[in-house]
Design a protein around this ligand. Structure first.
Ligand code: AMP
Ligand code: MN
Ligand code: MN
Ligand code: MN
Length: 317
């Protein structure tokens, strides 16, 4: 059975190591390797997220919070309860020529010193940036922004999403989109640049931790194909392993070009929704398009964890 969506041909089941392949796979995927919890800027706890993932038919998931692995222990316990395969994950903030690029790290050792150091460094950058954003908001009439934002987040790993939520809660913006557009997007009044690590630093740390590096949501970075391809090539130069091919974005033409460059550069392909919130109506968990034939999925990468029952490992056709 084949289903075409967003330029991707959905064919048969692609079994992941560590999970039992379904005899007849649903047309929708059972893999989502890009999910957020309230340990960064998602709204669900890791426990609630994994429960929802299981209900949605997902079998293989990664919690990829921004620059933190704080949610992993809770996610691991929940994954065991729901018989989900949880891949260790994180989404790292990186800089490339003045813009921010996100790299999803998967299947690494979360205790590895190189990665811990990088996470600590990014955390410090986040702390400094959050204080600067809060100062700007306070100067423009939002009282006590830093403390209120921390309270709203429940932790101090503040992202712009948390500030956007504060602006909505304070009646300054009608919704998150407008909060970004009017206040927090690049060039807006409360925007503050952070000198995130370079892509090569993120990829190197992930590799040192035994993991793989995936360029997250590649369609979001640039308006033109050529600008996007420059970013992909810089990611490859930095040692990156895979592109997120199956995402919530639907752009068949741009996806076809990404597939071409994935093949040319010998990259792997990953699947991830970037789910943050059940209110994001355009993301339905468990409904990512399947990866196309002819491109190795990230779970075929040699660094991918072998399952407890390696005999069950099946390479996609
Ligand atoms: P930060 O890493 O602190 O710069 O925050 C980035 C996060 O803000 C992203 O991961 C998204 O979740 C969110 N975000 C960025 N732009 C927008 C937007 N225009 N509307 C809603 N959320 C956004
Ligand atoms: Mn986010
Ligand atoms: Mn991202
Ligand atoms: Mn994300």
């Amino acid at each position: 059975m084949a289903e075409e969506r967003g330029g991707l041909i959905a064919t048969e089941a692609q079994a992941l190591p560590g999970g039992s392949a379904r005899a007849s796979a649903p047309a929708t995927g059972c893999v989502d390797l890009h999910l957020h919890s309230c340990e960064s800027d998602g709204v669900l706890s890791p426990t609630a997220l994994l429960a929802r993932a299981a209900e949605s038919g997902l079998r293989h998931v990664a919690l990829t919070d921004h620059d933190t692995v704080a949610g992993l222990p809770e996610a691991r316990a929940a994954a065991a309860r729901h018989q989900l395969q949880l891949i260790t994950g994180v989404e790292l903030s990186c800089a490339y020529r003045g813009s921010t690029i996100h790299i999803v790290g998967l299947a690494f050792d979360a205790q590895a010193p190189a990665l811990q150091q990088l996470l600590k460094r990014i955390d410090q950058l986040r702390q400094v940036r959050a204080a600067a954003i809060a100062a700007k908001l306070e100067a423009s009439g939002v009282p006590d922004a830093l403390a209120r934002c921390r309270e709203l987040a429940g932790h101090d790993r503040l992202t712009r999403t948390h500030f956007a939520r504060l602006l909505v809660a304070s009646g300054v913006a009608r919704d998150l989109k407008r909060a970004f557009r009017t206040h927090l997007a690049d060039g807006r009044g409360a925007a503050v640049r952070a000198e995130w690590p370079r892509m090569v630093e993120a990829v190197t740390a992930l590799h040192a931790a035994g993991g793989v590096a995936v360029l997250a949501h590649p369609l979001r970075y640039a308006k033109t194909h050529s600008a996007r391809e420059r970013i992909v090539r810089a990611f490859v130069e930095a040692g990156g392993d895979a592109l997120e091919i199956s995402t919530a974005e639907r752009d068949p033409d741009a996806t076809a070009r990404l597939l071409r460059i994935t093949r040319q550069c010998g990259l792997y392909a990953s699947s991830g929704s970037d789910f943050h919130d059940p209110q994001q109506r355009w993301i339905r968990l468990g409904s990512l398009p399947r990866l196309p034939d002819g491109i190795p999925p990230i779970w075929a990468h040699p660094q991918w964890p072998q399952s407890a029952a390696p005999a069950a490992r099946q390479q996609p056709q």
